[in-house]
Ligand binder design. Structure first.
Ligand SMILES: Cc1cc2nc3c(=O)[nH]c(=O)nc-3n(C[C@H](O)[C@H](O)[C@H](O)COP(=O)(O)OP(=O)(O)OC[C@H]3O[C@@H](n4cnc5c(N)ncnc54)[C@H](O)[C@@H]3O)c2cc1C
Length: 415
């Protein structure tokens, strides 16, 4: 290994991806200075529990740290409480919120994403919340302890996870979704419809094809006016209507952006010495070359590991199979691969039992598998998706077919 003790890596963002880059650099033998900028008011923590256990009934859950005590000192990683305000890619330096500048040999942008604003009157009223950070979650935890009626705007993953947590606390929960299906952009219609039935059965008033028109506050409290002119009283409103990648620093520094910071297959941006990873990065799909941006722990972690190797000179292309999970009350959804609207769904198992998977075929190739309360299927699917496996619906539905058995056979054949 080359001696890199004279080099330095500066990482902007102390989230899932930023911390992993630092960890992987040390694991790969980087001996130069590693500095991470943390612009949040807390030590680095995991986001997924914030919409799940952290807000559930009787939660005394503390935020889960991204690394254990002593990690930063043990690995000689400097965690600096500061925000980056500008990047000079010619001079290779970053100006921090306090006015100080830091130089770098390699810069990693791991700036994540920010919640999209709710575009309706009343979105800024007190009692209307978004959820992205631990600060947001703490505020919600406080409000939930006195709330009785909750309105959730947006039936995406975060909206539904929050709705299930609030329902489990015994609150009255209404969810408004302007699209015809929940989680419609990420899930097959079959899985999405199953979730609709299940959430309704669990007492969540899930209203589809019904958006928000305005939010009001009067002497009785908040109320949400929907696009069908219905008014829903609420003690608390949560909206989850998607996120935007945080590209402002990159844009101002002249880096190419297009729904994210544009990176190549090695996760390098358009400017030498600068990488981008995680929610903020728009990367090329290995097979199709189409640009994609993913918002998941897997993507943040695997890209961070890859970027660390790329910084150390590895030229290989990033090519990990995406996977994702969501927990909505007692329901655990796991997805291997990324589905597309035209994919052909093939059901495995019985949805009535509450445990099943859906294989999604694209032009006769296994493109994704959605698993509901079937973790073993999911683990097997992660070994199968992305291998270009040709399959037919008849094979998948034939008696005795098992995704786990297939994974065992395929795993013995090199990809
Ligand atoms: C409530 C919630 C639940 C989720 N649940 C799941 C789940 O169940 N499964 C799953 O796979 N994924 C889940 N996700 C998504 C997952 O957490 C993200 O995909 C992941 O955290 C992305 O990591 P990241 O490091 O790219 O971005 P982030 O974790 O967002 O970290 C980016 C950091 O950069 C900081 N930053 C931005 N600009 C600057 C600047 N100029 N200077 C300094 N710092 C800056 C931000 O403040 C932030 O701390 C969830 C997300 C949320 C919000």
């Amino acid at each position: 290994m080359e001696n890199n003790s004279n080099e330095s890596v500066l990482i902007i963002g102390a989230g899932q991806a930023g911390i992993q880059v630092a960890d992987s650099l040390r694991a790969e033998g980087f001996t130069g200075a590693v500095t991470i900028l943390n612009d949040e008011a807390h030590s680095p923590y995991q986001r997924p529990p914030l919409s799940k256990d952290y807000l559930g009934p009787g939660s005394t859950a503390e935020p889960l740290p991204l690394r254990g005590p002593g990690f930063f000192a043990d690995k000689d990683i400097t965690l600096l409480a500061a925000s980056a305000v500008s990047v000079d890619t010619e001079a290779r330096s970053v100006t921090l919120s306090g006015g100080m500048s830091l130089g770098y040999t390699h810069l990693v942008l791991a700036t994540g994403a920010a919640n999209r604003a709710l575009p309706c009157p009343g979105a800024d009223l007190e009692g209307v919340h978004a959820l992205r950070t631990l600060t947001d979650a703490k505020r919600l935890q406080d409000s939930l302890s006195t709330a009785r009626k909750v309105v959730v705007i947006g039936a995406g993953f975060i909206g539904l996870e929050f709705a299930a947590a609030a329902r489990a606390r015994g609150l009255e929960v209404t969810v408004l979704e302007f699209a015809p299906r929940p989680m419609g952009r990420a899930l097959s219609a079959t899985a999405s419809d199953w979730f609709t039935t299940r959430h309704l059965r669990d007492g969540i008033d899930l209203r589809l094809n019904e958006g928000v028109a305005a939010i009001h506050r009067d002497a009785h409290g908040l109320s949400v006016e929907s696009t069908t002119d219905t008014r829903y009283p609420a003690d608390l409103v949560l909206y989850g209507v998607g996120v935007n990648p945080r590209t402002e620093l990159a844009q101002a520094a002249g880096l190419e952006t297009e729904n994210g910071i544009v990176v190549d297959a090695a996760l390098r941006t358009s400017v030498p010495g600068v990488w981008a990873v995680g929610d903020c990065a728009s990367f090329p799909h290995l097979d199709s070359g189409a640009r994609m941006r993913l918002e998941s722990v897997q993507n943040a972690t695997d890209q961070a590991r890859h970027a660390a190797r790329s910084i150390l000179g590895d030229e290989s292309a990033y090519a990990r199979t995406p996977w994702f999970w969501s927990a909505q009350g007692a329901i655990r959804l796991q997805i291997a691969g990324v589905s597309e609207p035209g994919d052909e769904p093939v059901l495995l198992g019985d949805p009535e039992s509450g445990k099943f998977s859906i294989a999604l075929l694209r032009n006769g190739v296994l493109a994704a598998v959605e698993s509901v309360n079937s973790p073993a299927d999911h683990i097997a699917a992660r070994k199968l998706v992305g291998r270009g496996l040709a399959m037919t619906p008849e094979e998948i539905t034939s008696p005795g077919f098992s995704i786990k058995a297939l994974a065992k056979t395929v795993a013995s054949v090199p990809a």
